[in-house]
Design a protein around this ligand. Sequence first.
Ligand code: ATR
Length: 277
Amino acid sequence: MHPRYAVFGQPIAHSLSPRIHAAFGEQSGIAVDYRAIESSREEFALALDAFARDGGRGANVTLPLKEDALAACGSLSERARRCGSVNTLIREGAAWRGDSTDGVGLLRDLSLRHAFYPRGKRILLLGAGGAARATAFAFADSGAGELVIANRTRARARGIADAIGNAARVHSCDLSDLEATAAFDLIINATAAGHGESTLDLPHAMVGSETLCYDLSYAKAARMFLDWSRIAGATRVSDGLGMLVEQAAESFACWHGVRPDTTPVYAELRAHFAALL
Ligand code: ATR
């Protein structure tokens, strides 16, 4: 049967993943059938079964289906098990294997496009949802000197810090308790505040002239945090478009055994958004 790939989510019409995977396929000489499939949480299990029967060999899963994806897996990769998050499904026999490519995608974008390496660095992570969780494990596992996880609901931040279990280096706090201490090397926004009309009221002194301020979202959703960062004095700011392309490349490698060149695909998307914004 013709192998099929897809991204599941709701809403999903504006997903860039079909475009990214088509570009990777063209570059690698692999005919990739990758589509966006709209599914609610209630429909997801049945939709995923139907997809498998129809030749589905791999899928990405985005909001609001990440927890459901974890539940649908018969097995997990070591990194997905450790961070308790799944964004990539791989068909193995009659079951799905879950993997998490978000953390490695972020680390690759940080090193490739921002020459940022977490080892020994002071990192502030804003947010404690699914996206923050994979990110926190990636930083802890790559030797961050200090990781502060700050969230509106402190208990969720504490939950991630406890799961990592490195009390000497990984701390949690309430967003409103962040104090103007020494500047961080990296501040990541993993909250959904920029998706609506909300703003983040944070001390400017956390940003120094060398601080990299990075939002995991892209396009309009990243604007609020990046504007705040510039006002606070940041000269190095980035949205998460590069992470999106890098996590997709990692999923592509899981499915097809080929690592695509992300540089031209990223450049094309960056030009697209520069023209739009
Ligand atoms: P995702 O999987 O994208 O991370 P999520 O699990 O819904 O989505 O998490 C959203 C994150 O954004 C959470 O950390 C949430 O804080 P709470 O845990 O307190 O809900 C945070 N968030 C959402 N809206 C926010 C706002 N207006 N200000 C600050 N944090 C916000």
